[in-house]
Design a protein around this ligand. Structure first.
Ligand SMILES: [Zn+2]
Length: 536
């Protein structure tokens, strides 16, 4: 049995850009297009030429996207003018793409309420638009907006809308669940019925995630006959998002039912860029990646608990549905109170810390981790602090900047300003020399950080290692450990090579907890940069 191809259509740059708070620049669009091309998507819908200057200039000067095809988006011609005289359609014809995707209404309710034209006029607009692009040698893709709601409300009319496009030579007729309220069993039934009229080889699916079923609906549509799937990276899209291609693609590639029947243009080699591609979008949007994202999240292959960990080490299949490396992700072993020696050994291996499994130091590390977890530390996700803790116990981390003392004040003076003012003063010792630093910040931690790092030129040999250190996230949690409340602070840091690391500090006092997390961040950076030790 020869396998059928499922065509993959990405609309991150068009439908995805409808998301609240998302505003792609030209550079962002270029970066995302190139990443989608590396992944091997068939279609990249890059925007609406003529609708705004940014999209127009993108299409005027398109980046190289290898074997992927750019698609220009627009809508059916306006009533009362010919396709030839519709400026919207002209912008698409001139956009210099092989393919165009045109959205049109397929729900009579919308035709009446939103367009305020007759059902017949809408059919005519679809037909003339399709004819116009096919005549001008464009690959024509018709997005039938609200198709499922339209089908439920007036089946004959919804079908005549898509037939109007198909009969004029549309390459793809895409059924859209625009409001996202359709459930998988309905998608299956409706697609199956539609495929009796239009061949599945010309049908596509476009879903939204308003019932958390966008991925399931897309897969149901494939099973029922469609051969073209639209979606976005990380499910980006308005309201609850579009269908998430980052979940759909590996399912099509690795799950037996689909693998046995279908191929896609994303090869097994290319899909190893999937995690990078997903994180790139988060980076561009300045969002923290979703740890729990299927396939690509940092927790997707994280194991906690001694039993799970020892089983995973014997055979990963015991607790993993696929090998994380296939999608460019990693297995993570999370340290917890239940953890045994196997957990520690596995985590050390991941950090490339070589210790003989029989070495008594392993027990020492385990005891220390347990003690600290009892007092409120949690090394789940604080990899840098964990690495420092173990390397310090193994005697591998030299002493760097010594903090002799510090003092922080927070002042609010109603007479001068409503703002809180934080000041910090710290005495550091570097190579036997005392250095007094001062900083001002919007909070005590910021002021402490400023005090240490604003005086880099004064801290001699360490300045060159710390000038690109940035604190990018700061989180506080109050823990009730029994006797008294503890504060746990976690800090995410980054540097110019885009390394990210997480450190943690715990104390009954929020300033001290913050300070410990901050010092771990600095020490981690110095250790990784192989900075020299502080000499007495
Ligand atoms: Zn949509």
């Amino acid at each position: 049995m020869s396998k059928e191809k499922i065509y993959l259509f990405d609309t991150t740059l068009r439908d995805g850009s409808q998301t609240q708070g998302v505003d792609f620049s030209l550079q962002d669009k270029i970066k995302i297009s190139k990443a989608l091309a590396v992944l091997g998507l068939d279609y990249i819908e890059a925007g609406w030429p003529g609708a705004n200057p940014l999209d127009t200039s993108f299409f005027n000067d398109q980046p190289d996207v290898q074997d992927s095809t750019f698609v220009a988006f627009g809508m059916t011609k306006k009533s009362g003018r010919s396709a030839e005289n519709d400026p919207g359609l002209s912008s698409l014809l001139n956009a210099n793409t092989k393919s165009v995707c045109i959205v049109g209404k397929a729900w009579d309710f919308h035709v009446d309420i939103a367009l305020n034209i007759t059902n017949e006029e809408n059919l005519e607009n679809i037909k003339e638009t399709a004819k116009h692009f096919v005549k001008n040698d464009k690959e024509f893709i018709f997005d039938a907006e609200h198709f499922f709601d339209g089908y439920k409300n007036n089946k004959e009319y919804a079908l005549s809308c898509i037939k109007s496009a198909y009969d004029q030579g549309a390459r793809w007729v895409v059924m859209c669940d625009t409001n996202g309220g359709t459930l998988p069993y309905e998608v299956s039934d409706i697609v199956y019925e539609v495929s009796k009229i239009i061949p599945g080889a010309n049908l596509g699916i476009h879903t939204h995630n308003d019932t958390e079923n966008a991925v399931g609906n897309s897969l149901a549509a494939v099973i029922a006959g469609v051969r073209h799937v639209q979606g976005t990276l990380n499910g980006l899209g308005e309201r609850c998002g579009n269908a998430n291609l980052v979940s759909i693609i590996p399912t099509l590639l690795f799950k037996k039912y689909f693998k046995d029947r279908f191929v896609t243009s994303v090869s097994e080699e290319k899909i190893s860029y999937l995690t990078d591609c997903s994180r790139l979008l988060d980076e561009i949007l300045n969002r923290k990646p979703n740890n729990r994202a299927a396939y690509v999240g940092s927790s997707a292959f994280a194991h906690k608990g001694g039993l799970h960990v020892s089983a995973v080490q014997k055979d990963p299949k015991t607790y993993e549905h696929i090998d994380p490396k296939l999608v460019g992700n990693n297995r993570t072993v999370v340290i917890s109170d239940q953890a045994g020696r196997s957990n520690i050994i596995s985590r050390l291996e991941k950090l490339k810390i070589v210790v003989d499994p029989k070495d008594p130091k392993i027990q020492k590390i385990l005891d220390e981790v347990k003690d600290r977890e009892f007092s409120g530390y949690s090394y789940d996700g604080a990899d840098a602090s964990f690495e420092l803790l173990t390397r310090r116990l193994l005697g591998q981390v030299p002493k760097y900047i010594e903090i002799k003392n510090y003092e922080v004040s927070v002042v609010k003076n109603k007479d001068t300003s409503d703002d809180l003012n934080s000041k910090a003063r710290a005495t550091l010792i570097v190579d036997g020399k005392e250095i007094v630093c001062e900083g001002i910040g919007n909070g005590p931690v910021n002021a402490l950080d400023q005090a240490i790092r604003n005086n880099l030129e004064n801290i001699g040999k360490y300045s060159e290692y710390l000038n690109d250190l940035r604190l990018i996230d700061y989180k506080v949690r109050i823990l009730n450990t029994g006797t008294n409340a503890m504060t746990r602070v976690s800090i995410e840091s980054s540097d110019k090579s885009n390394n990210n690391w997480f450190t943690i500090g715990v104390s009954p006092n929020i300033i001290e907890a913050s300070f410990r997390a901050l010092i771990d961040s600095i020490d981690y950076k110095l250790y990784k940069s192989q900075a020299p030790a502080n000499s007495k």
